[in-house]
Design a protein around this ligand. Structure first.
Ligand code: FAD
Length: 579
């Protein structure tokens, strides 16, 4: 038997600690190990990825590459600029690969991609080894133990989990085999149409094909934002395994915080520092292992004697179980999980306005919805721009756009406001915006949580309980420190008016340097001249919340009465109306 020549394919696991897949690769005792990342055009061009998430990904890649080089100066992360389905077979041939090893990914798109790669590997005689390491439980096993059904509640996860184990983390390797010769000469890249990333690479390195595949100067380097044609990131949150492990260690130093964490008691208005862990982007990119996080929390819990520790669902353990719940739901439902149409677990709700989902995305469109409203598209745009005229909602949306992360209850507030607690816009539209702007965007968690907040799935029938865009923020932060931070137009407003600036007398508005006027058309930071003075402008509320709340509750009530799940395209063109 020739000794193994292995590609380790990094994807959702940009770390060296606790990586069962990497361990499986090392267990082969390979003659050489090529740590590879493929720029998948699906991710690069088709999924919605804002500049902040790009930055985070690049941080993770650079960090893992540095860690590889630290334990083997001959090695690093070899970044290849082409779709895995086309480039891997070429690498196998050129580098005489015997095995490819990667972490299991149960996302709907990833399953299709990995199935294609498996088939190609089978034809090429390359052995494929896959290990789970992304979640506490293997989502497929969780679903199996849940009777083959999607996991739709924490109780189901806990019951199914009793029949499974969560493995203890594996230490990071202390050495790695050398890669073999990484020459790519003679390899033909896909034509630019099939691989648009080559266009950018050619622009920088018009000399050879080799350079196009292996990046500038053929170094297999991690790209920069500039090279990708992107502007600088605006987020203060940075990625990488070392950053993740340092953040985790800092959180766990406070044993009382760790052991008594209760999500509903953490403030959505806290920033610098935030009130929850902010580890979600690290879990998304795999720069932190969920199992590492879980076991280190369990070790603290078992030694904690001071007071009663919190328990799932509100505890830190509970938060990780929620993550597994959504992964289990998606694993069982596949592509339809991200939409209302054809999703058997999702209640059909006839939201306002036609959906404009981008037809170039992999996901099927959701079709047209039935109850049009002339202002709904404007409401959606104002929500996205952080110009609804409700300062708490606007502060959250602006924090999301500039920083890429907002607190869970903040996500609840803005998602409720867009869907069943105000604008009555389809949850998929909001999920698209989150997909673009969140650092931690996780298909399963995003779609699942939107369904939850919109009362389309997961949660109970409490659609009449709606977050007030005024009272909810004020409850956490009576002074409006959070609003002043992210909506600087209102920085000088008195605490009585900071959540309802339209109620402030005009003379006071002028004294505090901001007039509450118009519909936000001038954008944030617009100005107006009145008499001798010039003032910032903040918009008036885009609708009367009380009135909208009634409309929404009525709509939800009829959708609950209809009890329509897994609706197909036929319901969205009008036949639903009047049922
Ligand atoms: P912590 O409270 O410190 O929790 C620890 C970890 O548990 C998190 O890092 C996260 O991985 C997990 N977790 C906590 N709450 C949830 C939850 N409700 N669902 C799933 N996992 C959870 N989370 C994502 O990771 N990606 C998303 O795309 C995403 N989209 C969301 C969309 C909406 C509309 C809502 C309401 C929530 C969404 N969440 C998403 C869930 C949750 O808001 C974030 O996971 C959490 O706020 C991240 O902050 P944290 O790391 O400080 O969480």
């Amino acid at each position: 038997m020739p000794s193994p020549r292995v590609i380790y394919w990094f994807r959702t696991d940009l770390r060296l600690h606790d990586s069962p897949a990497l361990q499986a690769a090392l267990d082969l005792e390979p003659e050489c190990l090529f740590p590879v990342w493929c720029w998948d055009p699906h991710y690069v061009y088709r999924a919605r990825v804002g500049v902040n998430r790009w930055q985070f990904l690049i941080d993770c890649q650079n960090d893992v590459s540095k860690s590889i080089t630290k334990i083997n100066p001959n090695s690093k992360l070899f970044v290849v600029r082409e779709a895995p389905q086309t480039v891997l077979p070429k690498l196998w041939k050129k580098w005489r690969i015997t095995h490819i090893v990667f972490e299991k990914d149960t996302d709907a798109y990833a399953r299709d991609r990995d199935e294609a790669v498996r088939e190609l590997a089978r034809k090429a005689g390359v052995e494929v080894i896959v290990r789970m390491g992304r979640t506490l439980y293997d989502p497929d096993e969780l679903v199996r133990e849940n009777g083959g059904k999607p996991t739709m509640s924490i109780t189901q996860v806990q019951n199914a989990g009793k029949k499974l184990t969560i493995p203890r983390p594996i230490p990071a390797p202390t050495s790695l085999p050398d890669p073999g010769d990484t020459d790519l000469s003679g390899i033909e890249p896909e034509p630019p149409a099939a691989n648009p990333d080559l266009n950018a690479a050619h622009r920088n390195n018009p000399d050879t094909t080799y350079h196009a595949l292996a990046g500038p100067a053929g170094t297999f380097a991690v790209p920069t934002l500039d090279e990708l044609g992107l502007p600088p990131a605006t987020t203060p949150h940075r990625g990488g395994e070392q950053t993740a492990l340092t953040a985790l260690a800092a959180i766990l130093t406070d044993k009382t915080y760790t052991a008594t964490f209760e999500k509903p008691k953490t403030a959505p208005t806290a920033f610098s520092p935030q009130s929850t862990t902010l580890l979600s982007p690290h879990l998304h990119f795999g720069s932190l292992s969920a199992r590492e996080f879980y076991w280190r929390v369990q070790d603290i819990l078992s030694a904690f004697k001071h007071s009663k520790p919190s328990r799932p669902p509100t505890s830190l353990t509970g938060q990780l179980l929620f993550r597994d719940m959504y992964f289990g739901a998606q694993a069982a439902l596949g592509h339809p999980f991200s939409q209302s149409i054809s999703n058997p677990s999702c209640r059909f709700i006839p939201w306002h306005l036609p959906s404009t989902l981008d037809p170039t995305t992999a996901r099927p469109t959701t079709g047209r919805y039935t109850i049009d409203h002339p202002a709904a598209e404007t409401w959606f745009k104002r929500w996205k721009a952080g110009l609804t005229g409700y300062p708490f909602i606007d502060a959250l949306m602006r924090q999301l756009r500039t920083e890429g992360w907002i607190h869970h209850l903040g996500r609840h507030a803005v998602a409720c406001f867009l869907t069943r607690g105000g604008a009555y816009v389809a949850w998929e539209r909001g999920a698209e915006v989150f997909e673009e702007w969140l650092l931690d965007h996780e298909t399963a968690c995003n779609a699942g949580n939107w369904q939850w907040v919109a009362c389309a799935a997961f949660s109970g029938a409490q659609y009449y309980r709606v977050y007030s865009p005024v009272a909810f923020g004020r409850k956490w932060d009576a002074e409006g420190v959070f609003v002043r931070r992210y909506v600087p137009e209102l920085a000088r407003f008195d605490r009585r008016f900071v959540y309802e600036p339209w109620r402030a007398p005009v003379a006071d508005q002028k004294r505090w340097g901001c007039r509450v006027l118009g519909d936000g058309r001038g954008g944030a930071g617009g100005r107006v001249k009145e008499g001798e003075g010039e003032y910032l402008v903040y918009p008036k509320p885009m609708f009367d919340f009380g009135e909208r709340r009634e409309v929404c509750v009525r709509g939800l009530k009829s959708a609950f009465a209809a009890g329509l799940y897994g609706a197909d395209e036929s319901v969205v063109d009008g036949s639903w109306r009047g049922r």
